[in-house]
Ligand binder design. Structure first.
Ligand SMILES: Nc1nc2c(c(=O)[nH]1)N[C@H]1C(S)=C(S)[C@@H](COP(=O)(O)OP(=O)(O)OC[C@H]3O[C@@H](n4cnc5c(=O)[nH]c(N)nc54)[C@H](O)[C@@H]3O)O[C@H]1N2
Ligand SMILES: Nc1nc2c(c(=O)[nH]1)N[C@H]1C(S)=C(S)[C@@H](COP(=O)(O)OP(=O)(O)OC[C@H]3O[C@@H](n4cnc5c(=O)[nH]c(N)nc54)[C@H](O)[C@@H]3O)O[C@H]1N2
Ligand SMILES: [Mo]
Length: 775
């Protein structure tokens, strides 16, 4: 069956384009948030859920991983987009057997993610049999039986178990344990497409793949660089933290190809003055960099620090805690300014001004997100970012450090719990000990499993028989949509454990299963000992409890830990050494086992019940201890790489609008960028449009050109996009994810981290309407 991707959205009217806004949030953000909540869930449910969002006895926002303040919290400790995330989950609309009886899969495939998500919450387990065009209800027992039969009929290494970052610590721990007891480390997760580059670079250089700062550090910093991140949309509560930085006299510098509203000015909707008055000018400086130019920028800053500002280096720190300084300083002694200016698109004077600020700052933090992690040379870029901080001892002291701003609310916790395709032997040993596995004749697999891209490649080779997803939207989120969908259809059984309908339910294996689960805001009460809570870890290593309180929309929903435990029992049998039923009945038992495996979680059950939870140890942050091979923080020398684009071509980044959560599309208003009612748009610098002979609002096909390692060139086509003139740097374009994923080759990945290069795709634009002038 060949179907074309949808080109229009449900209520997609004609594209409207206004001027990009110069400020974020304000009163409009509050009204949008409330309207979305009330229209999905009604007034009472909206009020009840928002009152508990991010409060000490409430639930963790299912939006981003930005931390909550440890002390007193404000009555409204959430943002517009967090409120939208809750409305999306708390909705009273449902998708049950009647829905699937009325809508064949072939019809649903023609719908957009926006339409699918808008239909409501999944309510019952459903199965799609071979040859059928309709999902039909199936009992939970039958469903588990089906998965057990499929897994027993194949070998563990031909199964893949994906995780998205909303999964709680408790569910994630059980899930990885089950998968490893089955015999594989095929545990790809959304992190592979997200901050994997940060994890790789930080582990190599400072010995731990996590950020080293707290919220208080952000407040205390005198210089915060925000690189490759759009916090006004994706981490709005970060703007409040940056407002504190500013109020204490700190400076904020934005490094981004786009003039994102949230970086320029912020009207805090949680304060009266923010609602009524002008707000805070957040960024003191905005460096409008070319896509992929950050490695060059950081090298140039490093060069200026070791030469012109050599007297400001923290020699004591360098001598006591680092290795490799001499080689680094020698490599940075000279620099080719012409190349730096070409790579960054920035005049030398602007880079010198930044270096000067870094030289005079006493407390510097660098924050970053996908703009730095999704390029071919992301890992070297991030290693070079660590270099410039090490030069001035900016790690392990108040107000200074590295701050990779995580995406999904528990993506960091999932990794801590062992969702990783390359688990360290020490972790596997601890699991075996905790559950006395060797005594029962069970040993856990040691060979590495598939990450996301490797899983896609294995599927493409026909080497995957069972695919299970603990949340997320694998088909929507992964690159190379056409190839990926074909690969997924070659799988025998696909199992989606989900809250909402998405495209991954429609692009299925020979047999497809949908297992509906509770969300973060739902009460989890169906246990012998009464209601259970879960816990999560935020972007700054704080672990805390999350308690949903809303009545679930269906009695058939099972909690994620219960689904995993029942699956494990069905597959591994009743005489397995792990007592799955006991853990599913009482999550304290799961937490006790976690504490037994991970020393940092000692006394988990007591500490997670403290107001605000507890903060995990982070050796560089706490004591300037670096668990690298050398026991020191590593300076590294990285070759200058930047992206040269052939004539007539553009470099495309794929990014989020203000009205979506990854593949979940809340609405069609990218308010801060002034783009509404359409998502198939491509933002291009007006001078490039003129040079390419394209008119504003022209309809184009976006064609990506990819040269593989062996020199073969392949093309991918995204049909029917509308061109919008936008203040992006010359040669750099932007389009929304996931619509543009069809353009990204599976093989185009970051070196070392294997993350798809979602922020750098070479494209050309082909007009769909021949110009009279050209005829
Ligand atoms: N409301 C909402 N919140 C979210 C999400 C969501 O979809 N919606 N997603 C969550 C997830 S999983 C994640 S990972 C985060 C994502 O948070 P972000 O990383 O902020 O998300 P993107 O939209 O991908 O934006 C990337 C930013 O980097 C810039 N950029 C792109 N390329 C470069 C480059 O080469 N150099 C520099 N310096 N900048 C560049 C872009 O212009 C853009 O501003 O947000 C999380 N929070
Ligand atoms: N081109 C391009 N591609 C990208 C990116 C990009 O910037 N550009 N960003 C990448 C990044 S950073 C990420 S993190 C990935 C995201 O990839 P994913 O995490 O796989 O995608 P999401 O869209 O967040 O997943 C949404 C689905 O999760 C399910 N869900 C929501 N809440 C729950 C829950 O509590 N439990 C369960 N079981 N299911 C739930 C719902 O069914 C919903 O439809 O995409 C990546 N893909
Ligand atoms: Mo992410």
């Amino acid at each position: 069956m060949h179907r074309r991707a949808p080109v229009r959205d449900i209520d997609e009217a004609d594209l409207t384009v206004g001027p990009p806004q110069e400020h974020a949030a304000g009163i409009k953000a509050v009204t949008v948030a409330l309207q979305r909540g009330v229209s999905q869930a009604g007034v009472a449910r909206t009020a009840r859920s928002l009152a508990r969002l991010n409060q000490a006895h409430g639930f963790d926002c299912p939006g981003c991983a930005w931390p909550e303040p440890q002390g007193r919290r404000r009555p409204a400790e959430f943002c517009e987009n967090g409120a939208k995330a809750v409305a999306e989950e708390a909705t009273l609309r449902t998708v049950g057997p009647e829905f699937f009886a009325a809508h064949p899969v072939s019809e649903l495939l023609m719908r957009t993610e926006h339409w699918l998500g808008s239909q409501g919450r999944l309510t019952e387990p459903m199965m799609l049999e071979p040859g059928s065009d309709h999902y039909r209800p199936i009992s939970w027992d039958e469903a588990f039986g089906l998965v057990a039969t499929a897994l027993r009929a194949t070998t563990a290494d031909r199964s893949v178990f994906y995780t998205s970052g909303r999964t709680s610590n408790e569910a994630a721990f059980l899930y990885q344990l089950f998968v490893r007891c089955l015999g594989t480390n095929n545990l790809p997760d959304c992190s592979n497409m997200c901050h994997e580059s940060s994890g790789s670079a930080l582990s190599q250089t400072i010995g731990i793949g996590k950020g080293s700062v707290s919220l208080e550090d952000i407040h205390e910093a005198d210089l915060v660089l925000v690189m490759g991140q759009n916090p006004g949309t994706n981490h709005p509560r970060m703007l409040t933290a940056l407002t504190h930085t500013k109020q204490r006299g700190g400076r904020v510098v934005a490094v981004n190809p786009l003039p994102e509203a949230g970086l320029l000015n912020f009207r805090d909707p949680q304060t009266v003055s923010g609602l009524l008055r002008g707000g805070t000018d957040l960024a003191d400086d905005f460096l409008q960099i070319r896509l992929g130019g950050d490695l060059a920028l950081l090298q140039a800053v490093g060069h200026l620090l070791v030469t012109r500002h050599a007297d400001t280096l923290d020699r004591d720190f360098i001598a006591a805690h680092t290795r490799g300084f001499e080689a680094y300083a020698a490599a940075r002694a000279t620099i080719d300014w012409a190349e730096i200016e070409a790579a960054t698109g920035l005049p030398r004077t602007r880079i010198e001004a930044l270096a000067e600020q870094m030289a005079s700052s006493q407390r510097t933090i660098i924050c970053w997100a996908m703009g730095l992690t999704q390029h071919k040379h992301s890992v070297p870029t991030l290693r070079e970012l660590v270099d410039v901080l090490l030069l001035r001892g900016m790690i392990g002291k108040p107000g200074a450090g590295v701050c990779p701003v995580r995406g999904h609310s528990n993506v960091q916790g999932d990794r801590t719990m062992g969702i990783y395709e390359k688990p360290p032997a020490s972790f596997l040993d601890a699991l075996e000990r905790e559950f006395a596995l060797p005594e029962a004749g069970v040993s856990l697999p040691r060979e590495h499993g598939y990450d996301v891209v490797e899983a896609l490649q294995a599927m493409g080779r026909g080497e995957v028989d069972v695919f299970v997803a603990m949340g997320g939207n694998f088909i929507g989120a992964t690159p190379d949509t056409t190839a990926t969908e074909a690969a997924m259809r070659s799988v025998g059984l696909t199992v989606q454990i989900s809250t909402k309908l998405n495209r991954s339910h429609l692009v299925h294996g020979t047999v497809g299963l949908i297992l509906p689960t509770l969300g973060r805001s739902d009460a989890d009460t169906d246990h012998p000992g009464g209601a259970q809570f879960v816990s999560v870890e935020d972007s700054m290593s704080a672990v805390h409890a999350s308690r949903g309180r809303l009545t679930p929309v269906s009695e058939q929903l099972l909690a994620e830990p219960v689904i995993v435990a029942r699956l494990a029992q069905a597959v591994l049998g009743d005489d397995h050494p792990v007592d799955w039923a006991e853990m599913a009945a009482d999550y304290d038992v799961i937490r006790d086992h976690i504490a037994g495996v991970l020393p940092d979680f000692a006394d988990y059950n007591t500490r997670v019940r403290h107001r605000g939870g507890f903060v995990l140890p982070h050796p560089p942050r706490d004591s300037r201890t670096f668990s690298t091979a050398s026991g020191r923080a590593e300076f590294t020398v990285n070759e200058l790489t930047w992206l040269r684009v052939p004539p007539g071509r553009l470099l495309l980044q794929t990014l989020r609008s203000h009205d979506q959560y990854n593949t979940t599309i809340y609405g069609l208003d990218d308010r801060y960028r002034g783009i509404a009612n359409a998502r198939r748009v491509v933002l291009v610098n007006p001078d490039d449009l003129a040079e390419l002979g394209l008119a504003e609002r022209e309809s184009v096909d976006v064609v990506s050109e990819w040269t593989a390692a062996d020199g073969t060139v392949t093309e991918r086509r995204g049909e029917q996009f509308t061109v919008v003139g936008y203040p992006t740097p010359r040669g750099c374009a932007a389009a929304y994810y996931p619509e543009a994923n069809v353009l990204i080759p599976t093989d185009s990945v970051a070196d070392e981290s294997n993350t798809p290069t979602s922020k750098s795709v070479v494209i050309r634009l082909e007009s769909r309407s021949p110009h009279p002038a050209k005829l």
